[in-house]
Design a protein around this ligand. Sequence first.
Ligand code: ADP
Length: 305
Amino acid sequence: MKSYVMGIDFGSTTTKTVILDLKGKMVASCVASKGSISAEGVQVSMDGAFAQAGIAQKDIARTVSTGYGRRMIDVADQSYTEITCHARGAIAMFPEARLVIDIGGQDSKVIAVSGDGLVQQFAMNDRCAAGTGKFLEALARAVQVPVEAMGALAMSSTEKLTVSNMCATFAETEVISLLAEGKSKPDVLGAVHAAIASRTAGLVARVGNRNPIVMTGGVAKNHAAVHYIEQALSAKMLIAPDPQIAGALGAALFALDEVAKPSAAMMDEEDGADEAMSSARGCATQPCKTAAKLPANERPLLGPM
Ligand code: ADP
């Protein structure tokens, strides 16, 4: 019996899989990190989710994919853009949110969502590492701390320093010279997080700040990134227990719509989202015409995270 739907977010750095039952309850989620755009990562992520839910591929009624590598997923019946799926997943996590800030491994996006759940506008940067998880990864390497530990270290900063280059390569040189001047790792990392926060605030300004704000993507797991962005925006952000799975959750919810109403729920990805996405690459701001409409009261019952 095919009693589940699956969403897969094949990101630049990690693959995320979410499985929902046909009532919308999350029964499994799995994040796998196996290198950039890795087919092995997709398999590990799906297998992890199947094991958690105690089911197999044959139990999946429909699969929707999203993310950088979304068209490379053979098991997917349909694929939608990251903007569409991240907005859907983030608003399912926090229906009251009106702005989604998603910072992943290789892109950062800000999405304005209306009260009825429609994507109104978005801005996206994926042309360079500036303001993305890759920027943080490069600078964690320069300071020689694991990316998972850099946030805690930055939070113990006592001296305000500045990293003015947003290019990861130039910023790395700047970080190394600050360390050579005897500046402490926490202070240097504080400056690195302040730099990413200022970049994010610039992206928010393009779309127009609004509240409440939900932050998603792997960088939302970094407490210093959250702290400095909140400071830059003078606003608190809503963060889910696992903010990294928002895109996969959104994809799974679209799969659920398609199982419930096969013809009504299907969107033609080519008729707006992809066009808007490709013109948005490189920091442009484009209105997104894709109707990421949320059914009323659609907050999935969050199971295992
Ligand atoms: P993508 O969807 O592009 O693959 P993700 O949303 O998975 O990207 O985000 C990956 C980024 O998240 C990494 O580059 C890293 O900066 C950050 N990240 C992931 N896990 C953690 C963690 N536990 N602590 C701090 N940062 C993290």
